[in-house]
Design a protein around this ligand. Structure first.
Ligand code: NIG
Length: 385
């Protein structure tokens, strides 16, 4: 089979400004691309026909923030947190030890398992990061293994390795480490937060990465107000992720920039922070993405549907805003929302990443929270569920 027409779609969310959301629709997949979108009554023939009986269809989720090159788990830390202990990011060192001790095959298999787990829930495009290696050899190994994901980010500046000195470690990241990993990654990120890297150290890392042609991302304003958002905007980062503690000037800076505010509500719940002020960002005109932040410490879920339901039920996003943020918004954060092979959209020429819900409309993602609603998924034109 080379082409498939998916027809009798009850509600088709395309994220395309001209097409909008269609009812009684159909789309055609040919190899890894969408080749036709329109009313079911005029759908062309294809090698295979699938009648989805009035179900809703969306672009696959675009999860633009995960940390999936890791070994071990942090169940005990999570349980302690639920008993009242604060999250301080120090647990990253626990995962660093387990990751360094794992074989390449173990790390690759764990990543594969999590990408498949996400795909079964409708996630068809995944970014993932290094950051649990923190030596030149371990970060290089993580970057090579991460190539299974759609986008790879270097996060050598995740934490100063235990016993190390921050400025000397930043020298290493900006020099030998970036030289080793740059050809294997598209992006560079830094954890700009008290206890990790300050604004000057973060700037050094990002500038060194930009000089090597990498795109920029920032972990910022996760645990307290701080300089991460301003730095991301100043340096033209594609996204600043977390944004849990924003000042009015941070919101204004994001609204006046091309930097996407990527919100990670599952992480805020798991670390018992407040949820970010999505409403202020959307109302100010900032571009918002939702992502899972799947990692063994602060957010061990791959469920984008959970993030969408949380954004609607607890962050005052509308269904349309939340679904768009978890598809188009993630794509924009990865600069993949336009052109041939775009993700997060369903239009002719886009990648055939399609998510059929066992529901008549996307509203059910929040109306029936916690209920698995994924009916079928195509990733790059291949049916994965
Ligand atoms: O995005 N903030 C820094 N990094 C991860 C946490 C990773 C961990 O706790 O292992 C995050 O939440």
């Amino acid at each position: 089979m080379t082409s498939t027409v998916i027809t009798e779609i009850g509600e088709l969310t395309t994220n395309d400004d001209e097409i909008g959301t269609l009812t009684n629709a159909a789309l055609v997949i040919d190899h890894d691309r969408i080749v036709w979108v329109g009313p079911a009554t005029s759908a062309p023939d294809a090698d295979e026909r699938l009648d989805v009986g009035g179900r809703a269809v969306l672009p696959g989720w675009v999860d633009s923030h995960t940390h999936l090159v890791f070994a071990g788990d942090r169940t005990a830390e999570f349980a302690a947190r639920m008993a009242g202990k604060p999250y301080q990011a120090g647990g990253i060192a626990v995962t660093v030890r387990a990751t360094r001790a794992a074989t390449d095959e173990e790390l690759a298999a764990n990543l594969r398992k999590h990408i498949a787990e996400a795909a079964a829930q409708g996630t068809t495009c995944v970014e993932t990061k290094t950051g649990y290696g923190l030596t030149v050899a371990d970060e290089l190994r993580a970057a090579k293994i991460a190539a299974q994901a759609d986008e790879v980010t270097f996060l050598g500046a995740h934490l100063v390795p235990p016993g190390g000195d921050a400025d000397s470690y930043v020298d290493l990241v900006c020099g030998e480490m970036l030289d080793a990993v740059a050809q294997h990654v598209g992006w560079c990120d830094v954890f700009c937060e008290k206890g990790a890297f300050d604004a000057d150290q973060s700037r050094r890392v990002l500038v060194a990465a930009k000089e090597r042609g990498l795109g920029l991302r920032v972990h910022g304003n996760q645990l307290a107000p701080g300089p991460g958002v301003r730095l991301a905007v100043e340096l033209g980062a594609a996204s600043v992720d977390h944004c849990t503690y924003l000042s009015e000037s941070d919101v204004d800076a994001l609204a006046g920039s091309d930097t996407v505010a990527t919100l990670l509500p599952a992480c805020d719940l798991s670390t018992r922070q407040s949820l970010p002020d999505a409403r202020a960002l959307v109302d100010a005109g900032a571009t918002v993405a939702l992502a899972s932040n799947c990692n063994p410490g602060s957010s061990y879920t791959s469920s984008m549907a959970f993030c969408v339901a949380t954004a609607v039920l607890q962050m005052r996003m509308s269904i349309d805003e939340a679904v768009r943020a978890a598809t188009w918004g993630g794509a924009r954060a990865l600069r993949r929302e336009s052109g041939e092979g775009a993700v997060g959209v369903l239009r002719v020429g886009a990648r055939a990443d399609v998510h059929v819900l066992d529901a008549p409309s996307a509203t059910w993602l929040a109306y029936r929270p916690g209920v698995p609603l994924t009916h079928a998924v195509w990733r790059r034109g291949v049916r994965v569920r």
